[in-house]
Design a binder for this molecule. Structure first.
Ligand code: 4NP
Length: 155
């Protein structure tokens, strides 16, 4: 079982979008049973809230199923439990390490570092551009799946 945790600031826009898009991708690849996939926040700001309505609208537009999301904050135990902890932007990575401590097992990644053009995923809470967020997330996840396939072949 490969355990993947997507992380952003609030856990209502980017990380749940990545969670549900990735669940959809692995389902379509026929490898869903190999994964446990979740998402979390670095801040307390949106704890207990469901996904942002514009994230929900985008997922519906793309025919991607989503669950009954409840925003939660990443914990130290998550670091032990998950194999990949994937932030959306550099500030997420800094905040993740503040919460979980030093990344001794090299589990912490930035999503678009798996793409050919590494960069941050801008926060749609501020940009208002959920289409761009979606495109960036898909680009990162496609790179991540390629990376995992290579890892599986070589390990
Ligand atoms: P997210 O977006 O980190 O992609 O979930 C945000 C959601 C809420 C806030 C900031 C970013 N906020 O400041 O409440």
């Amino acid at each position: 079982m490969i355990k993947v945790l997507f992380v952003c600031l609030g856990n209502i826009c980017r990380s749940p979008m990545a969670e549900y898009v990735f669940k959809d991708m692995v389902k379509k690849e026929g490898i869903a049973e190999k994964f446990y996939i979740d998402s979390a926040a670095t801040s307390n700001g949106e704890l207990g809230n469901s996904i942002h309505y514009r994230t929900r609208n985008k997922l519906e537009e793309m025919n991607i199923e989503y669950g009954n999301h409840v925003a939660r904050r990443i914990t130290r135990q998550d670091y032990d439990e998950f194999d990949y902890i994937i932030g959306m932007e550099e500030q997420n990575i800094i905040n993740i390490k503040r919460i979980v401590g030093e990344d001794k097992e090299n589990k912490v990644f930035k999503l678009l570092d798996f793409s050919k053009n590494p960069r941050d995923i801008a926060d749609p809470w501020y940009t208002g551009n959920f289409n761009k967020t979606y495109d960036d997330i898909v680009e990162g996840l496609e790179g991540f799946i390629k990376y995992l396939k290579k890892e599986m072949l070589t390990s």
